[in-house]
Design a protein around this ligand. Structure first.
Ligand SMILES: [Zn+2]
Ligand SMILES: [Zn+2]
Length: 351
């Protein structure tokens, strides 16, 4: 089927309108019309090939919400008109131990990325949510709960699940003590979700100027990481730290904030890290870990939780043709806290 979207045709060209084909429906496929798509940092990085694995054209977008427009004959869970969502992956092997556990993001054979990936059957490139229509096998389609605002919910599909998964993996609950480093797209969701789970939430920031923002998001405290006395006083005060800062930085100052058996989880792709001292790890059995998105079951659980608790990202709505400007602003962290594209503004390329 013919569709339209926005694509980067090379590392140096800005995103521009592009007409392309989606596959015809397979038996277990769901076809949706996209209403909104969130703008993630990885969209920018892959459009510009910052990670070295982009294959062009790249149609970014993996925070996708919309409405079902058609289903294949074997689809059981969805019908035309259903409100649905798709996140960072659209397929996996479906039979390894990780897929069996519902951790498709850790599939032994690799999951299929929503864009800049390869279809498992035909090997064709996958194209993401900066487009009008999407075709995805039903196992990777999420149900949008009633009452969840479609216009604001899109960033839950990457920023939301990426911070929800470590909160659940490390058992955050009422009374847990959670630190969040960085107040961007991911960080602001980490705060809202941890608060929703009943945790005491501390935002860690180099300066005090984000205190009002942190509190507005529901955080209980802001700890200034450049304030040595305050950092010392906060030693052993956290069970989990979620580190969302997407550039190389020194983890050492944060480690002693963790209590015994506490964990610092990195959710951004930083590349090589600064040297780390083993002493804080040894002295209190502290850990450093990483965490990618989350599984499909976990993503549905997160969407249902957000509907129940009325948790939504703070978004700035843009038109499709504002995307290149939005990328520039995102690079300067000039967004509160996530851009979302209104896909009704997508126009076909000039003939
Ligand atoms: Zn993302
Ligand atoms: Zn698998």
């Amino acid at each position: 089927m013919k569709t339209i979207g926005y694509a980067a045709q090379s590392t140096t060209t800005p995103l521009a309108p592009w007409a392309f084909d989606r596959r015809e429906l397979r038996g277990n496929d769901v076809q949706m019309q996209i209403q909104y798509c969130g703008v993630c940092h990885s969209d920018l990085h892959q459009a510009r090939n910052d990670w070295g694995w982009s294959s062009y054209p790249v149609v970014p977008g993996h925070e996708i919400v919309g409405v079902v427009t058609a289903v294949g004959p074997d689809v059981k869970k969805f019908k035309e008109g259903d409100r649905v969502a798709v996140g960072c992956m659209v397929d996996s092997c479906q039979h390894c131990d990780q897929c069996d556990k519902g951790e498709e993001q850790l599939c032994r054979h690799g999951n299929t990325q929503t864009y800049n990936g390869k279809d498992r059957i035909t090997g064709e490139p996958t194209y993401g949510g900066y487009s009008r229509d999407l075709v995805v096998r039903e196992e990777f389609v999420l149900r949008m709960p009633d009452g969840l605002d479609m216009a604001k919910a899109a960033p839950l599909l990457c920023a939301g699940i990426t911070t929800w998964s470590p909160l659940k993996t490390w058992g955050v609950k009422e009374g847990s003590r959670v630190g969040v480093i960085g107040l961007g797209g991911l960080g602001h969701m980490a705060v809202k979700l941890a608060v929703g789970l009943g945790a005491h939430v501390v935002v860690l920031s180099r300066t005090a100027d984000k205190e009002a923002d942190a509190k507005e998001l529901g955080a209980h405290e802001l700890l200034v990481s450049s304030d040595k006395a305050a950092m010392k006083a906060a030693a052993n005060s956290l069970d989990l730290i979620i580190d969302t800062v997407p550039v190389k930085h020194d983890l050492n100052p944060y480690m002693t904030l963790l209590d015994i058996d506490g964990t610092l989880v990195i959710v951004g792709q930083l590349g090589p890290m600064e040297e780390m001292s083993t002493l804080p790890l040894l002295m209190a059995r502290r850990r450093v870990s990483g965490s990618p998105i989350g599984g499909i079951r976990e993503t549905q659980e997160m969407l249902d939780f957000c509907a129940e608790k009325n948790i939504l990202p703070d978004v700035e709505m843009i038109r499709m043709d504002e995307i290149n400007h939005a990328f520039d602003r995102m690079e300067k962290s000039d967004v509160r806290y996530r851009f979302v594209i209104d896909m009704a503004t997508l126009e076909a390329p000039a003939a």
